[in-house]
Design a protein around this ligand. Structure first.
Ligand SMILES: Cc1cc2nc3c(=O)[nH]c(=O)nc-3n(C[C@H](O)[C@H](O)[C@H](O)COP(=O)(O)OP(=O)(O)OC[C@H]3O[C@@H](n4cnc5c(N)ncnc54)[C@H](O)[C@@H]3O)c2cc1C
Length: 464
């Protein structure tokens, strides 16, 4: 058997693994990265980037349809058409540019990439089954596990045939006439809204009584209104029971009534789970936190010189968290003093309208025992929002009453994802309401709502 020795071996080339490998390479650590699929992992290939590409295409198509339907702006176009196969080719082009970029960055950092499936023999030995069928043995001093996550299946309705995961939903060869989405979390709603805008009839079944159950009522109300306006049919507080022989989805209401939802395709988006099986992880007997690998503030597992990052380590399963852990773990291995202790990690739903939450919500702050001031500023009073026909939604700030330290930001509205940078920076830098209120924000921008919400919390709002 062919064998090789390295200082650092990374299993998984997603945002966690490839960033760890690039940073380690920059720091002069001899590094090998093993990836069985395309570089970039879930995020670049079947997650963040393709979903945002599809959402953008759907938004543009919807906009064109809106123009065909007596736009108030005076723009008139003939009825638009969409060639979904071309949309998918365009999306694939973006993905391959990005994954090619990751390969180039790894090469520039001196990282050796091995294509194949890694299997752990022990904490210092990994066998890789390469695409050509050969097995290569890799020995290392440090092992970083970055194997990511997989979509959760419903045991009574496994993936296959008309039942699809987000992966298949992101590469449609044709649009289904009727799509049933199971799960009203961010992945289900982002894709459900995109399919609706592309022209499919979309119904969403959700077990809790709310959409985006991880976010509070006030924040999700504009999303609910938009879903209704778009014609997405919601079945809340309902559970899916299975598929009828004809392909319809059997649904049970909270009152135990059953009905059938006709479907050409069923997107199951009920969550993701750390990928812990199929590569010999069990041989290490690591401490676990539920289904995730337990790590400390330096991404150390319970075994010396075995590290874990990204979705494998549990929630929040987000690409920017995986990248931050990847960078950190490489630096810790290089001997730097680092701790993974972010004050806040932004969570974004790229729904229509978008939702952002950074830090504590009013409820979470109260539960944590903080006496807080909460204030919102509506986009209805923001000039830029009006010029964008986007006056729905608001920015909300949560700050301590005693010293005005900002604990949280939430926003819902068009393009509020871009405000997440300001939100995260203000929290990480320990900003107070006065800091934000006293910063000149450019006019006219949606960001003025950030300053105005801080002013309002201080009882000094100017534009409301
Ligand atoms: C539809 C969708 C939309 C999303 N949108 C967003 C978003 O907008 N923003 C956001 O922050 N996050 C989003 N996410 C989540 C994001 O994609 C993940 O949090 C992120 O990719 C996790 O990175 P990771 O490096 O931990 O794992 P992954 O990206 O899952 O990468 C793990 C890699 O390891 C490889 N691998 C696993 N086991 C082995 C093995 N034994 N041998 C070799 N290779 C192996 C896999 O092939 C994979 O490439 C989305 C996810 C989905 C599914």
């Amino acid at each position: 058997m062919n064998s090789k020795t390295t200082t650092l071996l990374v299993i998984g080339g997603g945002p966690g693994g490839y960033v760890a490998a690039i940073r380690a390479g920059q720091l002069g650590i001899p590094t090998v990265l093993v990836e069985s699929e395309a570089l970039g992992g879930t995020c670049l290939n079947i997650g963040c980037i393709p979903s945002k590409a599809l959402i953008h295409a759907a938004d543009e198509f919807e906009k064109a349809r809106h123009f065909g339907n007596n736009s108030p702006l005076g723009i008139r176009v003939a009825s638009p058409q969409i060639d979904v196969r071309q949309t998918v080719r365009w999306k694939d082009g973006i993905v391959s540019r990005l994954t090619g970029g990751v390969a180039a960055l790894l090469k520039r950092s001196g990282v050796q990439v091995i294509r194949g499936w890694a299997r752990i023999e022990d904490g210092k030995t990994v066998d890789v089954q390469t695409a050509s069928g050969e097995t290569q043995r890799l020995r290392c001093e440090h092992l970083v596990l970055a194997t990511g996550s997989t979509a959760v299946q419903l045991p009574f309705m496994p993936f296959g045939g008309s039942v699809i995961s987000s992966t298949e939903a992101l590469a449609p060869q044709e649009l289904p006439r009727r799509l049933v989405v199971v799960g009203a979390g961010y992945i289900g709603l982002e894709l459900g809204i995109a399919y609706r805008k592309l022209g499919a009839e979309v119904a969403v079944v959700e077990a809790t009584p709310r959409v985006l159950p991880a976010y509070d009522d006030e924040l999700t109300r504009p999303v609910l209104a938009s879903l209704k306006r778009l014609g997405v049919v919601l079945h809340l507080a309902c559970t899916v029971q299975g598929l009828d022989p004809g392909g319809a989805v059997r649904v049970r209401t909270a009152k135990a009534d059953e009905f059938a939802l006709p479907a050409d395709r069923v997107l199951v988006a009920v969550g993701r789970q750390p990928r812990t099986e199929g590569f010999g992880l069990e041989t290490l007997h690591l401490d676990m936190a539920g289904r995730a690998v337990r790590v400390d503030e330096q991404c150390r597992t319970s075994m010396r010189n075995v590290w874990a990052i990204g979705d494998l380590t549990g929630e929040p399963m987000l690409a920017h968290r995986a990248m931050a852990q990847g960078e950190l773990v490489a630096e810790v291995i290089a001997g730097h003093k680092r701790r993974f202790a972010p004050t806040a990690i932004a969570a974004i739903c790229f729904t229509d309208p978008e939702v952002v939450a950074v830090g504590l919500s009013p409820e979470e702050a109260a539960e944590a025992g903080h006496d807080c001031i909460t204030a919102s500023f509506p986009f209805a009073a923001n000039g830029r929002a009006m010029t964008l026909e986007a006056s729905e939604g608001f920015v909300r700030v949560v700050a301590r009453r005693d010293n005005h330290l900002i604990l949280g930001w939430q926003a819902v509205g068009r393009a509020v994802s871009e405000l997440s940078t300001a939100f995260s920076q203000s929290i990480e830098l320990g900003a107070t309401l006065e800091d934000i209120a006293g910063t000149i924000h450019a006019h006219p921008t949606l960001g003025e709502a950030v300053q105005e919400s801080a002013l309002r919390a201080l009882g000094q709002a100017l534009h409301i």
